[in-house]
Each structure stands twice: as structure tokens, then as C-alpha cells.
Design a protein around this ligand. Sequence first.
Ligand SMILES: Cc1cc2nc3c(=O)[nH]c(=O)nc-3n(C[C@H](O)[C@H](O)[C@H](O)COP(=O)(O)O)c2cc1C
Length: 378
Amino acid sequence: MSNLFSPFTLRDQKFKNRIAVSPMSQYRARDGHANAWHTVHLGRFAIGGAALVYAEATAVEADGRRTHGDLGLWNDAQISELRRITDFISAEGSVPGIQLAHAGRKASERRPWHGETPVDDEDVNERGEAPWEAIAPSPIPYANGWPAPREMSGADIERVIAAFGSAARRSFEAGFRIIEVYAAHGFLIHQFLSPIANQRTDDWGGNAQKRMRFAVKVAEAIRANWPDGYPLAFRLSATDWLDGGLETADIIEVSTALKAAGVDMIDCSTGGIGGKERPRRMTIDQGFQVPFAEQIRSGAEVATMAVGFLWDAKFCEEIIASGRADMVTLAREMLNDPNWPLHAATELGADSEHRMWPIEAGWWLMKRERLLTKLGLR
Ligand SMILES: Cc1cc2nc3c(=O)[nH]c(=O)nc-3n(C[C@H](O)[C@H](O)[C@H](O)COP(=O)(O)O)c2cc1C
């Protein structure tokens, strides 16, 4: 019996296995609207057997986009294209999820292949894409060469919290069945959490309790607009990897507070608060963030997802079997092989006859496999 292919339930939602597709920004949206690209990009992961398919970071307000190509759910007109995608994913037996986001001081950035630097006049000339003003808890630039964001007023804070609530209501109407809030990688909520980006002295900063208040209010606003039977997850950076930044003990406290506000699962990533350069303390290896999923799972007694440099089926099986995390989340390996879950099932002996495949493919592959065996080629 494979643990990776055992079912998992959060609230009323059933996941057929423990494999999730991580949110992956495509930078292909126009004015936040999804299109056929997103349908195919996400749909192929449902065909490929993942239990949970997350749509990419989706902005809750237009100015909260990271790039001009980000998806958005800041108005009702953006719902219908997403509905087509979720209908397909659900029909194929996977759970469609959405990652709700606000970039804060990382807004108005160029796409990765345009340099991941701030949008400026060059982008206006080359692509007709103008820069816009970013907001953040404190007027501290993201990195050298970045403009200082505008410090958020109390009204800005209330507006963004409400925007997460409205986007949750639209996510439901768009057919999503789990929300993940993007509170990692130096995005707005992470900026509030981390003393590196939050130097406020009002109710929203100054100590750990006040810095986590924004995240908790966002969770509450979503819960007020999201069915009780539907799970809510947060992606957190379990460490900033920087002296003076957040450590895992801090994130266990944040996870505990979020759980009390109705959050069901923590997706455990790391880093991203201090520019693109890799912090000295950060070393990358296969599954290097799994220990954080394990610590948060036991420290906050909450379900966790392990993410980062995962591609080996047996390694992933072991993560679930040993109880280090409840789900594994893959990004780049899914781009490499959208059928990774189906191939992992064969490798782990969970599907010797291609029965997990959609019948339109599995029927043929099973016959081919029998023939190959008969001919002595397997
Ligand atoms: C193309 C691409 C786009 C990404 N976009 C997002 C995103 O929108 N939100 C997010 O939380 N992480 C994003 N990430 C990070 C991944 O979700 C994941 O955490 C990271 O790539 C590590 O997992 P991997 O080693 O399996 O790729 C992106 C990664 C890739 C490769």
C-alpha cells in the first residue's frame, strides 16, 4: 500500500492522493483575465493524476499584481474564464485550488524573462506596460535598485483585507474548492510578518503579535466569505534565512494563530523577503524544506504540505509514510512531466495496470504493456 496514493480529507474536500501541483505563475494573463493557456496548463495536471491543482498567484486587487501578466480576481468579470478551468479539473477527479495574492512592495515587476527588475519607461516603449506605485507596511524597498513603496495607511490595510474576502467569494463562484493565501516569498502578507519589511509602530507592527495581525485578519475575512466545508491553506516562508528575520519558531506561532482563525493547512516554503540574492544561510538539496513542514506540523498541530526540490517518487512516499507532511507539492517537476503522479504510481506499485489513467489513454497503455511483456521486452 502506497502512502503517497492514500486519500486525504480536509473539511469536506477529499483528495484522492497526497500530490499537489504548486502554484506556478504563467505571466500570460491580460488585465488579470485567464485564457486558453491557463486552461491547458492547469488541465494537463488534472489529467496527470494530481489530487490538488493550484492555480497561480492571483491578485486580489489590480495594484497587488506582481507583473502585468498576473491572474486576478478583483472583479466579477474575471470569474467566468476560471470557471471553465475548475469545471474541467473537478470533472477529472482533482480538486481545483487558487492562490490568492498581493505583491505589496514586489508589485510592478518585470516578468522573469524580462529581468525580474522594476517595470520602467523601457517597458512602456517595448510592451505598452506602465509602472505603478507599490504599497507595503513600511516604505522600505524590496532590494537595491527598487523604488521605495508607499507606506500603507489604515484605510489601505482595511481595503486589502476586504479585497481578500471579496476574492474568496469570487473563488467560490469560480468553482475553486481550496484557497491558499500567498503569505510567503516576500509578498505583502510576508512583508507584514517579517521585521525586515515591517517597521510600523501602530497596531500592525512593533512586535510579533501585531505583525501577524494582518495575516490573521486576512484569514478571518476569507473565512467569512468561504464555505465552512472548504479548506483554507496559507503558504508561509518557514524561515527568512536572514539574521534579524523570521525563524521557524516564529512561524510555528503564526501557524498556531492562523489555525485558530480557521486555517487548515500550511504550505511550508522559505525565503524571499530580502531580494533575489540567495541568503548565505540557505543551502539547497533534495527536499531541503521538508524539515520545516515537519516542525510546523508537530509544533502547531496543523496539516502541512512539503515543497521544494522534490521529484523522486520514493523520496515523496517516505515523506508521507514517516508523517513529516500530509501532502507533497511539486512545481518544476510537473512542468517536466505533467503525468508525474501517474508515473510515480507505477513506480511505487500503486497502479500496475494503468487504471489510474484517464481511460482514453490507460486502455491503450495497458494493452501495449501486456504486449511488451509477452514479447519479452519488459
Ligand atoms: C514557473 C514557476 C512559477 C511560480 N509561481 C509561483 C506562484 O505563483 N506562487 C508561489 O507560491 N510560488 C511560485 N513558484 C514557486 C513554486 O510554487 C515552488 O514553491 C518552487 O518552484 C519550488 O518547488 P520545485 O522545486 O518543485 O519547483 C513558481 C515556480 C515556478 C517554477
